[in-house]
Design a binder for this molecule. Structure first.
Ligand code: TRP
Length: 420
């Protein structure tokens, strides 16, 4: 549940639907699912195996597997990347907190599109409002992380993930039953491959990495807390299934409503914060409340996973106490988060650097270490839980081929496409 919590987040509810809107609907979803199965899932297995076998944080795991190799430097980069992501991610998390409070006070009732844009602009342009919500969001994440791996992160994810599913299902039911919703449903199920180009494929692959939280040590750190009998293969498959189903559900919660209201599907990043409040305002006060609460919970279960990467490093390697480490990370993330909230340039640079550079380098190093530095028999033994998992045994040759060849090639290819 914690891995699913890390995976399911703003990436699913905010980023995925607007990318689907920008790249023409169903065809993008199909490409996204293929990328997740063929490339992202094997990378997930590799990262998870490294964590489970070593039982360490990111830097410790690389120290144990590739000591004295330049690949070790990735450990530091991963912790830095997790820190940068949690800083700007919390800014968007803060917006969802802000919108959640607004939905509680019923301020979306009767909203028009121009007013919604103004509200969003006024919020992001103001100085204190985003900083205040950023502070609240980081504090909430900090409290959960400080409470510990089992009692904080594990418990919160176990309780909240099922709640999240129920909430999103309720919104889907409401959204697809609106008059005029069928055009939106058609958009999501009838593929039009003429809209797919190299950019769309690179975006789909990048999105599948972002959505599965790959390349910065989140999967590695969480997997280091797995018990011996737990299975990397099954937890990976379940996380990917939950994550993908959730992203598609978010699409079905949003697109039919967008089409029913006759608003543009390709609105981009503002889709959730400008377009949706208008639509939801016509659906009664409960739907916006449920939706923004869902985004807030999803964002929290993800931000704690990034914070945990940094905290685990400080606790394991630098011998800090858990509470002190969490407080330090929250304060530092608040400083960078303020810069991201106030200066869009800083925000965009952090987003670009992490998704297009850091996550790619991280994923590349993790697959290279597993497929090229560790003995194949050891990887097989771990992957199949000492030969006890039949399904993992059957899947191993395919997964191995993907980790060894497909993943590194695909990562380099999209890194180049992204930087061009
Ligand atoms: N996967 C999360 C989402 O979809 C975000 C996330 C959590 C993430 N941990 C990450 C993204 C690590 C990149 C790297 O919202």
């Amino acid at each position: 549940m914690a891995l699913a919590g890390s995976a399911i987040g703003l990436g699913n509810i905010w980023r995925f639907p607007y990318m689907v809107g920008q790249h023409g609907g169903a065809a993008f979803i199909i490409i996204y699912i293929l990328c997740s199965i063929i490339i992202a899932l094997p990378v997930f297995f590799a990262e998870s195996l490294l964590g489970k076998t070593t039982g360490s944080d990111t830097i410790g795991a690389l120290k144990k597997t590739v000591p004295d190799s330049p690949l070790m430097a990735e450990g530091g980069l991963a912790v830095l990347a997790a820190f940068v992501i949690v800083s700007f991610y919390s800014v968007v998390g803060g917006w969802s907190f802000d919108y959640f409070i607004r939905s509680c006070t019923g301020s979306f009732q009767g909203l028009q599109i121009t007013e919604a844009s103004q509200t969003f602009k006024a919020m992001t342009d103001s100085v204190w409002q985003p900083l205040g919500s950023l502070a609240v969001f980081l504090s909430l994440s900090g409290i959960i992380v400080a409470a510990g791996v089992d009692k904080g992160i594990g418990l919160f994810s176990k309780v909240m993930m099922p709640v999240l599913f129920i909430m999103i299902l309720l919104i889907v039911i409401r959204s697809v039953s609106l008059p005029g919703a069928s055009a939106g449903i058609e958009y999501l199920v009838k593929p039009d491959f003429s809209k797919i180009d190299g950019r769309a494929i690179a975006d789909a692959l990048g999105q599948s990495f972002f959505s599965l939280s790959l390349g910065v040590g989140c999967v590695l750190t969480y997997s280091s807390y797995m018990r011996k009998e737990e299975n990397v293969f099954y937890s990976g498959i379940w996380t990917a299934i939950f994550d993908t189903v959730f992203a598609v559900l978010a699409g079905f919660a949003i697109m039919p409503a967008v089409f029913a209201a006759g608003l543009p599907a390709a609105a981009g990043p503002s889709l959730v914060y400008e377009t949706l409040p208008v639509i939801f305002s016509q659906m009664g006060p409960v739907v916006p409340f449920l939706f923004f609460l869902a985004i807030l919970i999803a964002a929290l279960t993800s931000s704690i996973s990034m914070m945990e990467v940094c905290v685990a490093w400080m606790v394991d390697q630098k011998k800090f106490r858990r509470g002190t480490a969490t407080l330090c990370i929250c304060c530092l993330a608040f400083i960078l988060g303020c810069a991201c909230a106030l200066f869009p340039k800083v925000f965009n640079t952090c987003d670009f650097l992490t998704s297009n550079v850091f996550m790619m380098i991280g994923s590349f190093v993790f697959v290279i270490v597993v497929a090229w530095k560790l003995p194949k028999v050891d990887v097989r033994t771990q992957f199949t839980n000492y030969g006890t998992s039949k399904a993992a045994k059957v899947a191993f040759p395919v997964v191995w081929f993907s980790i060894k060849w497909l993943c590194p090639i695909a990562i380099v290819a999209i890194a180049i496409t992204n930087l061009l």
